[in-house]
Design a protein around this ligand. Structure first.
Ligand code: PEP
Ligand code: MN
Length: 283
């Protein structure tokens, strides 16, 4: 099947080279068959919360940490993230645990600030259409986790990835995080169609974020397992030591127990599919 990924009108272009490529990340390769787990809190709240969560997810198979430094919140009164004040603490925890961090930049100025803090730069759903940010990220060499805009077509998402690639950075990983549909019983609707479509028609690594897709704790794990079964290259999930106290997205945060069970089941699914979990191989 040929994918029309360069035209912006109804004229299909015969494209024989698939867009995207597996992404080298330290000693790991993302998008080459192995399954990578990125896990941690929605927001980095304090040293204890981030260290305890990081230690736990590492011990149970996560290869990369997640944790927001700047948060794009709907309500201006909501927790906005610790920002630059958390940098030293983050660096210390990463070194102690020998792990790397995937975290979002919300503004072009932050790109140079995070040089030795963030290892995989996330573009949040709300910024998928921020083309000036994408162009600037094209000038870095870091892997970019490009989340799908919550109302973006797959075609628009691929075109957004192209801004980063044309800027000079081919290390783009796509992240399906749910889209807005007419359905309101869950936070968003996880589009697994997009995952299988992208795996079939492009070479982009595809990671699924079931936490933001469904928004309800007890539904996160089943969707994470479905993502593995559908052929995703990995998942990014939110985990919190005490979700009731979380400063953001507590409703969808997995408890430590939930995460431990999820990892057991993920390993089961991967085994059936003859795939392996990526283990963290630091630089
Ligand atoms: C997040 O990862 O915490 C986040 C805000 O995600 P999204 O941009 O997908 O809403
Ligand atoms: Mn979140």
């Amino acid at each position: 099947m040929q994918l029309d990924i360069t035209s912006n009108n109804s004229q299909p272009i015969n494209q024989t080279i698939k867009k995207g490529k597996p992404v080298q990340y330290g000693k790991n390769m993302i998008g080459n068959g192995e399954f990578i787990v990125i896990a941690g809190p929605c927001s980095i709240e304090n040293q204890n919360q981030f260290l305890n969560t990081s230690q736990f997810v590492k011990n149970h198979g996560a290869a990369i940490l997640r944790g927001g430094i700047w948060k794009l919140r709907t309500h201006a009164d909501s927790f906005q993230g610790l920002g630059v004040e958390s940098f030293e603490m983050i660096k210390k925890i990463k070194t102690e645990l020998g792990l790397t961090l995937c975290s979002e930049v919300t503004d072009v100025r932050q790109i140079e600030w995070v040089e030795d803090v963030i290892d995989m730069i996330q573009v949040g759903s709300r910024n998928m259409h921020n083309y000036e940010l994408l162009k600037e990220l094209g000038k870095t060499k870091k892997p970019i986790l490009l989340k799908r805009g919550f109302a973006a077509l797959v075609d628009e998402w691929i075109k957004a990835a192209d801004y980063i690639i044309r800027g000079g950075n081919e290390n783009v990983i796509l992240c399906e995080r749910g889209i807005r549909t007419f359905e309101t019983s869950t936070r968003n609707t996880l589009d697994l169609n997009a995952v299988v479509y992208l795996k079939e028609n492009t070479n982009f690594p595809v990671i699924v974020d079931p936490s933001h897709a469904v928004g309800v704790r007890h539904l996160v794990s089943p969707l994470a397992l479905a993502s593995a079964a559908a052929g995703a290259d990995g998942i990014i999930v939110e985990v919190h030591p005490n979700p009731k106290e979380a400063l953001s997205d507590g409703m969808q945060a997995l408890t430590f127990d939930d995460f431990e069970k999820l990892m057991l089941n993920i390993n089961g699914i991967l085994k059936v599919m003859n795939r392996e979990l990526t283990v963290c191989k630091p630089n």
